[in-house]
Design a protein around this ligand. Structure first.
Ligand code: 6PG
Length: 475
């Protein structure tokens, strides 16, 4: 029987996606540049379903039903182009190449346009959920042409995670939309982890609560409105004791956070769109700062802190929980707002309800909150900002007093809380009737004749700063 889909690139993610497809009843042709991985997959997991091992890409292509579906799971960047170059001469019009890696959306846009000219479909698919998700049901964000989704969608929906029978997969939008949405998912993932880290630091360094005790606090938080995969695994990591030293595991890990790039990509894209994703940006910079190995020891001995000794209120743990929740909401609001800006820029019809819905399970940022976010965007009258949806206006409003206390306390104790504090600044910035941007405009006009608008008249104006300071309209 001809295989229904081919997978090339059988490192863990590719192998697990291939196994997931086979476990769901599809016949899967599998190929890897070095044959050993193919053999290992068949030897260890061949019994899980119908696999067709292929020695070469030609063999892989020959084993597929038409129109062919070939899923590439190789390292983002040049390796993807290399596989595409090898595949294209072997394919026919209407065949579909699927890139399920973490590719940059601009690469996906370029590849989609180039392959469309050859009559081929190129589908950039965001896949979230790590190795386990790939095997048992990830959250899937497919881009590419709508037509390609007719053939590919049912398969992807079947292997995705499900919530109440609904698949965590739906067509996102044309060309690079799927990879763009996955990128923003990762940006939110960075912010989610950073706010957890800030809570941990405040509870440890501020309130002296040890990791083992915090593990219980996070487990408790996981039962409420913070309930999410990342809070759940925080409880696990904080409760883990290092076998070698008997110390809390977090104390034996070097405190320099790595990153593969998707968080930074999100921030770069946001800067290009003029979209204020402050929480995500601060999360990326917090990781970068943690890795300043040469400067940190110098700063520790050189720079004064002038920390203030404080009696923390009895409500401190709950205050921190609320600050975490509020900051998390802001990050989601900013990420979704960025999607709106991108949709406008790239002509995508992004459905925020559908996107929030497919993040409800399978992916790293899965959280009970996403159910409410989905609801907020369903219907004909979606809010211009997540925080304007009545349920969230109320929720974040209730957290504000605690949030302010925590940010003030963090500043006085000298504990960095960049996302807690920048998210509060974003919240206040949005709310503020008059912003100092008016002064910025005045300065820009003085040094560069950049002009300004008036609150009481239409048009654009310039003041003759170096002359008689009269104002004149600019055409
Ligand atoms: C996912 C993850 C996955 C990966 C990140 C890690 O959704 O499954 O986001 O894609 O874990 O790319 O990113 P960093 O190495 O940059 O933290």
């Amino acid at each position: 029987m001809a295989a229904q889909i081919g997978v090339t690139g059988l490192a863990v993610m590719g192998a697990n996606l291939a196994r997931n497809l086979a476990r769901n009843g599809y016949t899967v042709a599998v190929h890897n540049r070095s044959r050993a991985r193919t053999d290992a997959l068949i030897a260890e997991h061949g019994h899980e379903g119908d696999f067709v091992p292929a020695e070469t890409l030609q063999e892989l292509v020959d084993s597929l039903e038409k129109p062919r579906r070939v899923l590439i799971m190789v390292k983002a960047g040049k390796p993807v182009d290399a596989v595409i170059d090898d595949l294209v001469p072997l394919l026919d019009a209407d065949d579909i190449i699927i890139d399920a890696g973490n590719s940059h959306y601009t690469d996906t846009r370029r590849r989609e346009a180039a392959l469309a000219e050859k009559g081929l479909h190129f589908v950039g698919v965001g896949v979230s959920g790590g190795e386990e998700g790939a095997l048992k049901g990830p959250s899937i964000m497919p881009g590419g042409s709508k037509k390609s989704y007719e053939s590919l969608g049912p398969m992807l929906e079947k292997i995705s995670a499900h919530v109440d029978g609904e698949p965590c997969c739906s067509w996102i939008g044309t060309d690079g939309a799927g990879h763009f949405v996955k990128m923003v998912h990762n940006g939110i993932e960075y912010a989610d982890m950073q706010v957890i880290g800030e809570a941990f630091d405040l509870l440890r360094s501020g309130a002296g609560i040890e990791p083992a005790e915090q593990s219980k606090i996070f487990a408790e938080w996981n039962k409420g409105d913070l309930s999410s995969f990342l809070i759940e695994i925080t409880a696990e990591v904080l409760g883990h004791v290092d076998a070698k030293t008997g110390k809390p595991f977090v104390d034996v890990v070097v405190d320099a956070a790595g990153m593969k790039g998707t968080g930074g990509w999100t921030v770069i894209a946001a800067l290009e769109l003029g979209s204020p994703v402050t929480g995500i940006a601060e999360s990326v910079f917090a990781r970068a700062l943690s890795s300043q190995a040469a400067q940190r020891p110098v700063a520790q001995s050189l720079l004064p802190g002038h920390e203030v000794k404080l009696d923390l209120p009895d409500t401190f743990v709950e205050d921190v929980r609320q600050a975490l929740y509020a900051s998390k909401l802001v990050s989601y609001a900013q990420g979704l707002d960025m999607l709106v800006a991108a949709a406008k820029e790239y002509g995508w019809e992004l459905d925020l309800a559908a996107i929030a819905s497919l993040w409800r399970a399978g992916c790293i940022i899965r959280a009970s909150l996403l159910r409410d976010i989905t609801e907020a965007y369903r219907g004909d009258n979606p809010p211009a900002n997540l925080l304007f949806a009545p349920a969230f206006t109320e929720a974040i409003g209730a957290a504000v007093p605690a949030w302010r206390r925590v940010v003030a306390t963090a500043a006085q104790l000298g504990i960095p809380a960049p996302v807690f504090s920048s998210s509060l600044a974003y919240y206040d910035g949005l709310r503020r009737e008059r912003l100092p941007a008016a002064l910025t405009q005045g300065l820009r006009d003085l040094f560069g004749a950049h002009t300004y608008q008036r609150v009481d008249a239409d048009g654009v104006f310039h003041t003759l700063w170096s002359g008689d300071k009269t104002e004149r309209p600019e055409s």
